[in-house]
Design a protein around this ligand. Sequence first.
Ligand SMILES: NC(=O)c1ccc[n+]([C@@H]2O[C@H](COP(=O)([O-])OP(=O)(O)OC[C@H]3O[C@@H](n4cnc5c(N)ncnc54)[C@H](O)[C@@H]3O)[C@@H](O)[C@H]2O)c1
Length: 331
Amino acid sequence: MRYLVTGGSGFIGSHVVEALLARQDQVLVLDDLSTGSSANLAHLDGRPGLEIAHGSVCDQVLVDELCLRVDRIIHLAAAVGVRRILERQVNSIVTNLHGTEVVLRAAHAHGRMPVFYASTSEVYGKQDQVPFREDLDSVLGASALHRWSYACSKLMDEFLALAYHRERKLPVIVARFFNVTGPRQSPHYGMVLPRFCEAAIAGRPLEVHGDGQQARCFLHVSDAVTAITSLIDSPQAIGQVVNIGSSEEVTITGLAEQVITAAGSRSTLAYVPYEQAFPQGGFEDMRRRIPDVTKLQRLTGWSQQHDLASTITESIRWCRDQKTPAADRAR
Ligand SMILES: NC(=O)c1ccc[n+]([C@@H]2O[C@H](COP(=O)([O-])OP(=O)(O)OC[C@H]3O[C@@H](n4cnc5c(N)ncnc54)[C@H](O)[C@@H]3O)[C@@H](O)[C@H]2O)c1
């Protein structure tokens, strides 16, 4: 099978590419390297079946050309990360709305090829009926708070993907990721675990936003990849919206403490009010975000293989490796 993976040089994308090549699929990556990195795929350089195109998902001509050469699309390219969304407001919305529109239009035009779309748990917004089931209402905040533009743009993408499915028979799968983490996740765009790992290794205080009692579920990226490949191989997942996440809940303070212990670090915790962490404003946080993954399990037989402790240990190891010169790593 030949795949187009948009955002394939990113964190989740690079792991997806690896998994597809391992099962002998051919992969064409499209990435503009805005938050991704060519280093994420460097170890696959020269691998038969892999080709990388540098460019934007907003470029309809380019996406059309690439679609002529594949059978399926995994659409991961998006503007991500709270910090980036707040700093590059117009660009983020345009990437998420227009990029997805371009991909869906091309997929439809080139033989109605299946599209996997990466949405987010953010679309549940301020919903408080945990665990979140796919048919719950989205409870979003005011448009004056720019942070909601991410959830809103992803939700509009979901609507568009589902409309293409219902009205134009495009086979789409919409997946909502809940805090996927692990090796290769960059600390530079506000993602909490890599940020904590980096600080703990350097002996710096771990910056916890708010009171630290907000809780999340962190899923190891390889469990997310298994969910993606299982869904795209499941005809019964077509036209469905499916949560992908871990069932193990932890507060952000609890996460910080576990990172410090696992890293053998002397770092302390530094509580930073949201207004200080995001001086440009427009931020509002959710207390709990827990996925109901019954649907994913029912459709694919998926089960989580990695617990939080091993995910933290691997993330710390990866972060340490990045600080070690390549020559020393090879010894
Ligand atoms: N990691 C998570 O916890 C999480 C949670 C919810 C949703 N998601 C979704 O999963 C997808 C992958 O996220 P990730 O965590 O791997 O982040 P990432 O930033 O590592 O991946 C996004 C990739 O898209 C690329 N990209 C951005 N704009 C582009 C454009 N216009 N054209 C081409 N490429 C472009 C980036 O360079 C990057 O490689 C995103 O759609 C994101 O919204 C991730």
